[in-house]
Design a protein around this ligand. Structure first.
Ligand code: NAP
Ligand code: MG
Length: 501
């Protein structure tokens, strides 16, 4: 079985190693077209040419996938009867297969999303495999507790808890780290013993479809993992489906709000990983060379299309000019180009819509009185390339400071008062990440504790790990991904009380 229909071919960008045949989606172990036969193009944002076509799943396809996932979750199904040890071995095998196919997956990711293939190969893919390897160990360690009954004589009751899979899970992911976001969702779902319907973003369905083939190859039974490609319509149908027990969403805060409303119908469990506008604080006593290089990376890595982008920079006034000048120099050195070309450090933005949105923000910033200190424009007229951009003379109420831009745009301002910086950093509805640069250990930890964010980096940025929980305070989300904590998202607790006398 394969996701590629070899009977059809298309006029596409011919890229060695990339198969342009139209794709199918995975439902109940079968590679299928949409029920109504509709499909859509997925585009290479560097060339604006069609890579291939993908089924346009809608409510009927979501329903079919949910039924397959429900059947695979039946008490007597192969998945439910499988030992945790075997489940763990299969999850581990998925990690191994990802590493074996890392070059191929990195190429697909780079073509579909635009990101530099080098980073996809050396960051996204290893982290994707890591999560499956890490989660494989948890399959055999999902434990309840024996809890002494508190209000009866010892020996009258035996009471304990067990942890059980929550059931059929719906997962919806964004386009910025397609295969990695799929792993954050699928690896814990499999460790917990659930079944799943996952919808990738319409802009970037291809790596997830290839991952699904590897998941099949690893031995996951039919119907346990179902992939429905499509747009927001399919996502909305999944979030509202009455037979989905739990929905896990990564994307914008705006759509997150719609997910919560849609989930209310059957009171699905909901977890959300949403947007960010993360503050990066550089104190004058920092190692400035390191702070400059890392701050540039914090905003420009992955074209700034990162929920954890260090998009609000606060620099202590005495070193503000020096740090800004340093980041501008770093920005100028960034090689912007096609993701698959050697040496590319920044690719195009993911779509024309995203380029318009980000350029629109730069325009808004200008109108609001900000200064474009560096960059600010599209590069060329083919492909959705944009200059790394820095805005200064910003004020807290400006939209460019208050809202998530999700592109390579840094807003920078100086600060004087150490007591006020935490207030400024926390002046946001978001709380995903933050960073602080200083050589003073006490100042570092005091600042870290004052900031309301799910991850705080000290003298570094963009460092994540399969074992460490990741997620947001405030409107950046509900719940945590990765680490032991994510398993709770996919488990129910059952309390068992037996009267012994
Ligand atoms: P988005 O527009 O919210 O879309 C996310 C996903 O939701 C896509 O698969 C999208 O489908 C789907 N969707 C759209 N409308 C829907 C609806 N009404 N009901 C259900 N699903 C719907 O976000 P994006 O533009 O792809 O990604 C950027 C955002 O994701 C940023 O805000 C970023 O901060 C956030 N993000 C957060 C994290 C994190 O871990 N916190 C990680 C990565 C990204 P289509 O795209 O196919 O229409
Ligand atoms: Mg694409």
């Amino acid at each position: 079985m394969t996701a590629v229909d070899e009977s059809r071919t298309l006029e596409t960008t011919a890229t060695p190693g990339f198969d342009p045949a139209p794709r199918k989606m995975l439902i109940g172990g079968e590679w299928v077209d949409a029920v109504d036969g509709d499909s859509f193009d997925t585009v290479d944002p560097a060339t604006e040419r069609v890579l291939t076509t993908v089924p346009r799943g809608r409510a009927a396809d979501v329903d079919r996938a949910v039924r397959a996932a429900r059947a695979a979750f039946a008490p007597d199904s192969p998945w439910r009867r499988m030992s945790p040890a075997e489940r763990g071995r299969i999850i581990h095998r998925i990690g191994d297969l990802i590493l074996e196919h890392a070059d191929e997956l990195a190429l697909i990711e780079s073509l579909d999303n635009g990101k530099p293939m080098f980073y996809a190969r050396h960051a996204d893919l290893p982290l994707t495999a890591d999560l499956f390897h890490y989660m494989s160990g948890w399959a055999t360690k999902i434990e309840g507790n024996t809890i002494p009954f508190s209000s009866a004589a010892p020996g009258q009751f035996l009471s304990f808890t067990t942890k059980e899979p929550v059931g059929v899970v719906g997962q919806i992911i964004p386009w910025n780290y397609p295969v990695m976001m799929a792993s954050w969702k699928l690896a814990p779902v499999l460790a917990a013993g659930c079944t799943v319907v996952l919808k990738p973003a319409e802009q970037t369905p291809l790596s997830v479809l290839r991952l699904a083939e590897l998941i099949q190859e690893a031995g996951v039974p039919d119907g346990v993992v179902n992939i429905v490609t499509g747009d927001g319509e399919a996502g909305a149908a999944l979030a509202a489906h009455p037979d989905v027990d739990k929905i896990a969403f990564t994307g914008s805060t705006e759509v997150g709000r719609l997910i919560v409303q849609a989930a209310a119908g059957n009171m699905k469990k909901v977890t959300l990983e949403l947007g960010g506008k993360s503050p990066n604080i550089v104190y004058a006593d920092a190692d400035l060379d390191k702070a400059i290089a890392t701050s540039a990376n914090a905003i420009f890595f992955n074209q700034g299309e990162s929920c954890i982008a260090g998009s609000r920079l606060y620099v202590q006034r005495s070193v503000f000019d020096q740090v800004l000048e340093g980041i501008r120099e770093e920005a100028k050195k960034i090689r912007v180009g096609r993701g698959i070309d050697e040496g590319t450090q920044m690719g195009p933005l993911v779509s024309a819509e995203q380029l318009d949105r980000v350029l629109g923000y730069v325009g808004t910033g200008r109108e609001e009185g900000a200064t474009v200190y560096s960059g600010g424009s599209r590069i060329g007229d083919q492909g959705f390339f944009m200059e790394p951009t820095i805005l200064t003379d910003t004020e807290p109420q400006m939209r460019v400071v208050a809202e998530e831009i999700f592109g390579p745009v840094l807003v920078a301002s100086p600060f004087d008062d150490l007591d006020d910086i935490a207030v400024a950093a926390n002046d946001t509805p978001y709380g995903l990440a933050a960073g602080v640069f200083t050589k003073d250990v006490a100042k570092a930890f005091t600042t870290a504790s004052a900031i309301r964010a799910g991850t705080v980096w000290i003298n570094t940025w963009n460092v994540i790990d399969a074992a460490l929980p990741f997620g947001g305070y405030k409107q950046s989300g509900w719940g945590r991904e990765m680490g032991r904590e994510v398993l709770e998202n996919y488990l129910e607790t059952k309390t068992v009380i037996a009267e012994l006398s």
